[in-house]
Design a binder for this molecule. Structure first.
Ligand SMILES: *[C@@H]1O[C@H](CO)[C@@H](O)[C@H](O)[C@H]1NC(C)=O
Ligand SMILES: *[C@@H]1O[C@H](CO)[C@@H](O)[C@H](O)[C@H]1NC(C)=O
Ligand SMILES: *[C@@H]1O[C@H](CO)[C@@H](O)[C@H](O)[C@H]1NC(C)=O
Ligand SMILES: *[C@@H]1O[C@H](CO)[C@@H](O)[C@H](O)[C@H]1NC(C)=O
Ligand SMILES: *[C@@H]1O[C@H](CO)[C@@H](O)[C@H](O)[C@H]1NC(C)=O
Ligand SMILES: *[C@@H]1O[C@H](CO)[C@@H](O)[C@H](O)[C@H]1NC(C)=O
Ligand SMILES: *[C@@H]1O[C@H](CO)[C@@H](O)[C@H](O)[C@H]1NC(C)=O
Length: 473
């Protein structure tokens, strides 16, 4: 540490003499005990600390204006090497604020951003065109705590600093029906490209945690996401009408789906027509007793395709990689590949629901049938399972091309008598026990179900090592 401080001071003095000669020379000791570096898609030329803009980290003073003025100031550098805003150790209460392009929000390991409980600090934002209404209520919706629209090159990261949405305030009011508008999400990024959200702990979001929508080239890495298992709609990560996204090394405990892959709701999603595609999910650990580890849908009306999930650990979850859809949704869920799932204590290992009938309004077209095909699951070991598979397609619109291979399911002490309940589906299996339903005959193929061997561009994204030291003073 001593050596590191000396290095820091030297750099600081150089910066002072060279550029900021009016700033009093003073050597702050580093709080960055994990180092002065972090990994990002891009490093920044300019930087500032939240306290430079009047931030007070006492957990009581509102920092909404400090965040706003800091980011407004730093947005001037977006075409000059970009800028980063450091949130130092402390508790920083704030309402919603907006991000800018070529920008990094960096949280010290002991920094906690706290979501305000003053609703006037959460402005209303436009409803999402692919949903046609707010998700909780037909009216408007509140801005996410951290909101960004029409951006390029944004990083939200830290040495595992914390963002706490103070969700109980919202959950209580939601459950009592006291909210007239849709609850805020924790992080929402719209119409953007090149996004990184990494190495943070996110707790108690008012509703969904991480919601990228209409965006591309997204890296989500190293997140710990925690909400009580009975909290309403606290989905962990919701890729929504996004392409080229990689989610890895995430640990999620949630009251709803750990990851919910979406693309808009019924006629609104069909009209926008933006699929979620080329999505990689790997090294996910999920605890979600009442929901799915990964849900595909139920809002999938722009389509979902080319999802590759690997190395999934499910603990005490309701189901694994679940398909949720209904007549009215339209579009497709296709080319889904799951490889390597270890599950302990599950209600259903496999669950597909073709009658997930929740609709935005009565204007949906019941003839808009979703096409569900080429769904592949391989290499699963599960124990303490109540029922292996509840697989229901749609009458007249069967789910086709289902493949399961190398699956060993150990049952609980009180398993269901019927282990596989299959209707309106078609597919094949190999080396699956207990023995699947007649609609999934064994083909005795040692090759197993396919998993893509090509690489997606988002897998080859190179991270740069960025330094905090030149501005940390
Ligand atoms: C996150 O932290 C881990 C371990 O501390 C590190 O290896 C990884 O590079 C970090 N990722 C990013 C994107 O900063
Ligand atoms: C953020 O930007 C959106 C869209 O431009 C706007 O509606 C919203 O009020 C802004 N939020 C804040 C906190 O300024
Ligand atoms: C953001 O981009 C979308 C899609 O291109 C566009 O419809 C919208 O007007 C843009 N919003 C802003 C605030 O620029
Ligand atoms: C980040 O913090 C959370 C919550 O304290 C902890 O569970 C997790 O292990 C930490 N992650 C890393 C990489 O240190
Ligand atoms: C079957 O799955 C296990 C992991 O569950 C894996 O270790 C093994 O290699 C797989 N076998 C084949 C033939 O793919
Ligand atoms: C098995 O699952 C049941 C719920 O079905 C649960 O109550 C029990 O604790 C689990 N047992 C083990 C050993 O995890
Ligand atoms: C089997 O699936 C059908 C169709 O979804 C459903 O109506 C029925 O209740 C299920 N039976 C059992 C025993 O789960």
């Amino acid at each position: 540490m001593l050596l590191r401080k000396q290095v820091l001071c030297t750099v600081y003095v150089m910066v002072i003499l060279g550029v900021l000669s009016l700033v009093p020379v003073q050597c702050r000791t580093s709080k960055f005990e994990q180092g002065l570096d972090y990994e990002a898609i891009n490093c920044r030329k300019h930087s500032a600390v939240l306290t430079d803009f009047g931030g007070v980290g006492d957990g009581k003073t509102s920092n909404t204006n400090a965040f706003k003025s800091a980011i407004e100031h730093l947005s001037k550098f977006s075409s000059d090497g970009g800028a980063q805003l450091i949130v130092p150790a402390g508790k920083w209460l704030t309402g919603s604020f907006n991000l800018t392009s070529h920008f990094t929000l960096f949280l010290d390991k002991d920094a906690v951003i706290l979501g305000s409980q003053d609703e006037s600090e959460w402005p209303l934002v436009k409803i999402l065109p692919s949903y046609g209404r707010g998700r909780d209520a037909p009216g408007g919706r509140r801005s996410a705590l951290i909101y960004g629209t029409n951006l390029t090159d944004v990083v939200i990261t830290g040495h595992n600093g914390t963002i706490d949405g103070q969700g109980p305030y919202w959950w209580t009011r939601f459950k009592k029906g006291q909210l007239k508008v849709t609850r805020p999400y924790m992080i929402e990024i719209l119409y953007s490209d090149q996004i990184q959200i990494s190495n943070l702990t996110l707790i108690n979001s008012p509703s969904w945690f991480v919601h990228p929508i209409y965006s591309s080239n997204i890296l989500v890495q190293g997140l710990t996401i925690l909400a009580p298992v009975d909290s309403p709609n606290t989905d962990g990560i919701d890729p929504d009408s996004c392409s080229n996204m990689r989610i890895e090394d995430v640990y999620i405990v949630s009251g709803d789906d750990c990851i919910a892959v979406k693309s808009g709701w019924d006629e609104y999603g069909i009209a926008v027509g933006m699929p979620t595609e080329h999505l990689i999910i790997r090294r996910l650990t999920c605890i979600s007793p009442d929901s799915a580890v990964i849900a595909l849908g139920s809002e999938m009306s722009g389509g979902i395709s080319d999802v590759r999930a690997e190395d999934i650990t499910a603990i005490d979850s309701q189901s694994g990689v679940r398909i949720k859809t209904a007549p009215g949704r339209g579009a497709f869920v296709k080319d889904i590949f799951v490889k390597g799932m270890v599950a302990k204590t599950m209600k259903y290992v496999y669950w597909m629901s073709g009658a997930y009938n929740s609709h935005p309004d009565h204007k949906y077209d019941p003839k808009a049938l979703p096409e569900i095909k080429n769904i592949n699951y391989r290499d699963t070991v599960a124990e303490n399972v109540t029922m292996a598979g509840q697989l229901a397609g749609i009458d007249g619109d069967p789910f086709t091309g289902i493949c399961m291979s190398n699956v060993t399911i150990g049952l609980s002490k009180k398993p269901k008598k019927l282990q596989w309940n299959c209707t309106d589906i078609q597919g094949v299996t190999s080396n699956v026990s207990p023995q699947p339903c007649e609609l999934l005959p064994s083909k005795g193929d040692e090759q197993g179900c396919p998993f893509p061997e090509d690489r997606l561009p988002v897998e080859d994204l190179k991270l740069k090592t960025c330094s905090l030291k030149t501005f940390y003073a």
